[in-house]
Design a protein around this ligand. Structure first.
Ligand SMILES: [Cu+2]
Length: 270
C-alpha cells in the first residue's frame, strides 16, 4: 500500500476514535460511523454500550440521501484470542452475541439492539443492501444491576468452544422495570459460537416473593410480567427467575433439578 495513503488511514482512524471518546464525555450521545462501497452508516446511541442490552439506531445514507428499505443484518463478534482465553481454548475462541431483528423505520434509520454477553472490545459487522462494513467498539462492564443470567438445558447439547459437547446455554437479559411491578426480559439460546436465536414459546417464571408468576410471551424472545409486589422504587431488590423450554426445566449447571439449581437471580433497581 502507498505509504501516504496508509498514514492517512491511520490518522483518520485516530481522529475518528478521538471524536468517539470526546462525544461520550461532553454529552450522553455515543456515535460511530463506517462506510461501504455505496453507503455511509452512522451508529447512534444514547450512551456507550455496556454488557447486556444495548439499543441503538443505524442511520444509512447513499450519497447523502436517506437509504430506507435495505436488508440490514448485524454480526457482533468478540475476539477472545487476546490473552483472555484459557489454554484449553485453542480453537473457536471468538464468539457472537444475540441481536434483535433489525427494524426498518422507513426513513433511512433502522432500530437495532444487541445483547452483549461480555464487556470488552467487540467488532460489529453491519451488512446493508448486501454490502458489509465493520466498526469496533468497547463494551463497558455492567452497572450494579444484573444485566443477564444463564441457565443450561438438561436435554439439548451443543458443541462448545473447545470442541467438546456441552449443555445448550440459555441467556435471559434484563430489559428493565417499569414502575415497581413490571419487569421485562429477552431470552436467547446459543446454538454455536456465532448463532444466538431468540427463544419464543418458552415458559419463563418469575417471583419477588414466594409465588411464581408466568411471564407473558410477547414474541420475538421478549417476555413481560406485571403485578410484582415487593420491589421498591430506588432500592435494589432480588427477582428469582426460572425457565422451561419444551417443558424441560433448565438448571444452573445442566444437571438434574436439585431444588437449588433450578433458578437464577436478578438484582434490579426499579
Ligand atoms: Cu468474550
Amino acid at each position: 500500500m502507498n505509504k501516504y495513503l496508509s498514514m492517512a488511514a491511520v490518522l483518520a482512524a485516530v481522529v475518528l476514535s478521538a471524536c468517539g471518546g470526546s462525544s461520550s464525555s461532553s454529552s450522553s450521545a455515543f456515535t460511530l460511523s463506517a462506510t461501504t462501497a455505496s453507503y455511509k452508516i452512522d451508529y447512534i446511541a444514547d450512551a456507550q454500550p455496556a454488557m447486556g442490552k444495548s439499543a441503538f439506531t443505524l442511520k444509512i445514507t447513499k450519497a447523502g440521501a436517506a437509504a430506507p428499505g435495505l436488508a440490514v443484518t448485524l454480526a457482533p463478534v468478540m475476539d477472545m484470542s487476546g490473552g483472555m482465553r484459557s489454554s484449553a481454548m485453542t480453537m473457536g475462541s471468538s464468539h457472537g452475541a444475540p441481536a434483535e431483528d433489525v427494524h426498518d423505520n422507513g426513513d433511512g434509520t433502522y432500530s437495532c439492539a444487541i445483547y452483549y454477553l461480555m464487556a470488552g472490545k467487540w467488532t460489529l459487522g453491519v451488512t446493508a443492501g448486501g454490502e458489509m462494513a465493520s466498526m469496533t467498539l468497547d463494551v463497558a462492564a455492567a452497572g450494579k444491576d444484573t444485566p443477564m443470567v444463564k441457565l443450561l438445558s438438561q436435554t439439548q447439547m451443543i458443541m462448545g468452544s473447545t470442541g467438546a459437547m456441552e449443555p445448550m446455554p440459555y441467556y435471559i437479559f434484563n430489559e428493565g422495570m417499569s414502575g415497581t411491578d413490571k419487569f421485562n426480559v429477552f431470552v436467547a439460546a446459543r446454538q454455536d459460537m456465532f448463532t444466538y436465536p431468540h427463544i419464543s414459546g418458552a415458559t419463563v417464571e418469575i417471583t419477588d416473593s414466594s409465588t411464581w408468576a408466568v411471564m407473558t410471551d410477547l414474541g420475538g424472545g421478549h417476555y413481560s410480567v406485571s403485578g410484582l409486589t415487593q420491589m421498591k422504587s430506588g432500592t435494589q431488590g432480588m427477582l428469582y427467575i426460572r425457565l422451561k423450554v419444551n417443558g424441560a426445566l433448565c438448571t444452573t449447571n445442566g444437571g438434574a433439578n436439585t431444588d437449588t439449581n433450578d433458578h437464577q437471580m436478578f438484582m434490579v433497581t426499579p
